[in-house]
Design a protein around this ligand. Structure first.
Ligand SMILES: Nc1ncnc2c1ncn2[C@@H]1O[C@H](COP(=O)(O)OP(=O)(O)OP(=O)(O)O)[C@@H](O)[C@H]1O
Length: 275
C-alpha cells in the first residue's frame, strides 16, 4: 500500500470508534422525502454551476525528482496535461512509469519540483499545506485500488463517515448517503458491511464515498485493477453516469487497455513523459 493510502486509512481509523456510535444514532424515522428535496436542490445548484471554457485542472511542465541514496531520481520529466470540466481522463502506462506520482501531484498530496498546477484557475502548486488540504477536502474525491472502506462499518456508515470528515452539516447526511448509494446502484444493499459485498460492489461504495461531498474532481488510482472485466465495465458505467448526474470530472490511472474506449482523453505515460 502506498504511503498516502496508508495516511488516509489511518485518519479514518482515528475517528472510526466515534463514528460507529454516532452512526447508530441515525434514525430510519427521519422525514427522508423532505430532505431528499433539499438534496435535489443542492444537486441542481451543482449542475447549474457555470462550466468555464478553460480546463478544471491545467498542468504545465511538471517535474518531480526524488533524492534516492543522495542521487536524483527523475520520475516526472515535464508533464503537460489538462482535465476539462465534466470529462473522463485516463493516465495509462506501465508499472513504474510515474502515474501514481502524477496523481499525487494532482491531488495535492505531493508538490512538483518544477512546473505549475492550476486548479479551477487557482495556482494549486503555490498553496501551502493547509490551503491544499482545504481544497482537497472540499473539491476533490479519491478512489484507491484497495477499497479503503472501514470493515466494521456498513456501506451506509462508510459513506456517512466521508460526509462527516468533509464537515457537511449532519442534517444532510442521510438524504445524501441514500442518494449516492442509489446512484451507484446499491440502494438495496447499503446496510451491508464490506465483507458481505462483492469486489465490484465494494468499489461502488468507494465511489459513493468519494463523491458524497460533491467534489469537482475525482482522482482514482487503478480503480478497476482488482476487478474482472464485467465488474470493471460496471465501474466505468458508474463513472460515466456520475459525470452526467453530479457534474464531476474524473482523472484515473489504468493498466487496462479494455476500458480505454470510455475515456474522453487518454494520456500515455512512458518513463515520466507523455508520448
Ligand atoms: N517518494 C518516493 N521516493 C523515491 N522514489 C519514488 C517515490 N515515489 C515514487 N518513486 C519512484 O517513482 C517511480 C514511479 O512510481 P509510480 O508509483 O508513480 O509509478 P506507477 O506508474 O504509478 O506504477 P504502478 O502502476 O506500479 O503503481 C518508481 O520508480 C518509484 O519507485
Amino acid at each position: 500500500m502506498k504511503w498516502w493510502k496508508k495516511e488516509k486509512a489511518g485518519a479514518q481509523a482515528a475517528v472510526a470508534d466515534q463514528d460507529e456510535k454516532e452512526a447508530a444514532e441515525l434514525s430510519d424515522e427521519a422525514d427522508v422525502s423532505a430532505v431528499k428535496q433539499e438534496t435535489a436542490a443542492a444537486r441542481d445548484l451543482v449542475l447549474n454551476r457555470p462550466v468555464p471554457s478553460g480546463p478544471l485542472m491545467n498542468v504545465q511542465g511538471v517535474v518531480r525528482t526524488f533524492q534516492v541514496g543522495g542521487k536524483p531520481l527523475h520520475v516526472l520529466k515535464g508533464i503537460h496535461m489538462e482535465v476539462q470540466y465534466q470529462k473522463l481522463v485516463m493516465l495509462r502506462g506501465r508499472s513504474g512509469s510515474g502515474k501514481t506520482t502524477l496523481l499525487n501531484m494532482l491531488g495535492g498530496l505531493d508538490q512538483p519540483t518544477e512546473g505549475e498546477i492550476w486548479f479551477d484557475d487557482k495556482p494549486f502548486h503555490k498553496l501551502g499545506d493547509d490551503k491544499r488540504t482545504t481544497v482537497r477536502r472540499k473539491d476533490m474525491g479519491f478512489i484507491f485500488q484497495a477499497f479503503a472502506l472501514m470493515p466494521l462499518l456498513s456501506a451506509y456508515e462508510n459513506v456517512e463517515l466521508s460526509l462527516r470528515m468533509a464537515q457537511v452539516p449532519k442534517a444532510q447526511w442521510k438524504p445524501r448517503v441514500i442518494e449516492v448509494m442509489e446512484l451507484v446502484g446499491l440502494g438495496k444493499r447499503m446496510h451491508h458491511r464490506p465483507f458481505e459485498l462483492s469486489g465490484g460492489e465494494q468499489q461502488r461504495v468507494a465511489i459513493a464515498k468519494a463523491i458524497a461531498h460533491r467534489p469537482r474532481l475525482l482522482l482514482a488510482d487503478e480503480p478497476t485493477a482488482e476487478l474482472d472485466s464485467q465488474m470493471s465495465a460496471q465501474i466505468m458505467a458508474v463513472f460515466k453516469n456520475i459525470i452526467q448526474t453530479e457534474g464531476v470530472s474524473i482523472c484515473m490511472t489504468t493498466h487496462d487497455p479494455t476500458i480505454l474506449e470510455v475515456a474522453d482523453h487518454v494520456y500515455e505515460m512512458v518513463d515520466g513523459k507523455f508520448v
